[in-house]
Design a binder for this molecule. Structure first.
Ligand code: CA
Length: 237
């Protein structure tokens, strides 16, 4: 299957540079100069991945990412954010808004393609482990779905972004063990791209926020000075 990538970028030369390199790497590319155009393209068909510029005329990339994350249909869509050097201080807010990764302009096309590949790979299951269960949480890799199973209630679906899903899958496949940020980066992001360890904290925060709705956030524990783990017997109740 050829992955289709939607590039939302208002500077034609940058959009073209991205498009040429992604096409060369074997992807199908669609371009939009603003979020309104991107939104109407996505109504017909969702892309495999969205490359989203931060600064756009009209609605900003950050605002658009927030809206996509809030909607059931687009919550799992991988988003790679483009930020200019001057906005670098804000990149964490880009991640907070819902992006899965970001690339700073000016970027090397090779680096961008590597990050697109890594992000798309995160979409595919780590390995076919069969359904995983830890405490009330149940993850089914074959359907890519996560549920909270509570006594006397129907299973409650939990919707997660692609990175949060993959972190949870890794945790649930390796329960009770403490995983350092570096270990999570290797196993969840892959080691061919450089990502700051701070990024892990942002995604753990998002994972916990998604689990709050089913009262399961306490199963993800922070182990001070070491990292994170999932446990079926959380200390905090
Ligand atoms: Ca721009």
């Amino acid at each position: 299957m050829t992955h289709r990538i939607l590039v939302v970028e208002d500077e034609p030369s940058i959009a073209e540079l991205i498009s040429v390199n992604l096409t060369h790497a074997g992807y199908e590319v669609e371009k939009a100069m603003q979020t309104e155009v991107a939104a109407s393209l996505m109504k017909e068909r969702l892309p495999s991945l969205l490359i989203l510029d931060w600064m756009l005329p009209g609605k900003s990339g950050v605002q658009f990412a927030k809206e996509l994350r809030a909607k059931e249909r687009t919550r799992g869509l991988p988003i790679l954010m483009l930020t200019a050097k001057s906005e670098e201080g804000d990149k964490v807010s880009g991640l907070d808004a819902g992006a899965d990764d970001y690339v700073t302009k000016p970027f090397s096309p090779k680096e961008l393609v590597a990050r697109v590949k890594a992000l798309l790979r995160r979409q595919t299951p780590i390995e076919d482990t069969g359904p995983l269960t830890v405490g009330p949480l149940k993850l089914d890799p074959s359907s890519h779905r996560v549920f909270a199973i509570c006594p006397n209630l129907e299973p409650q679906p939990i919707s997660l972004g692609p990175t949060e899903y993959r972190i949870l899958q890794f945790f649930m496949a390796n329960p009770e063990r403490v995983h350092s940020r570096a270990n999570l980066l290797d196993n969840v992001w892959g080691n061919e791209v450089y990502i700051e360890e701070r990024t892990v904290d942002v995604h753990i925060k998002r994972l916990r926020a998604a689990l709050v709705s089913v009262d399961c956030d306490r199963y993800i524990e922070t182990v001070r000075g070491s990292g994170y783990r999932i446990t079926k017997t959380p200390t905090q109740t």
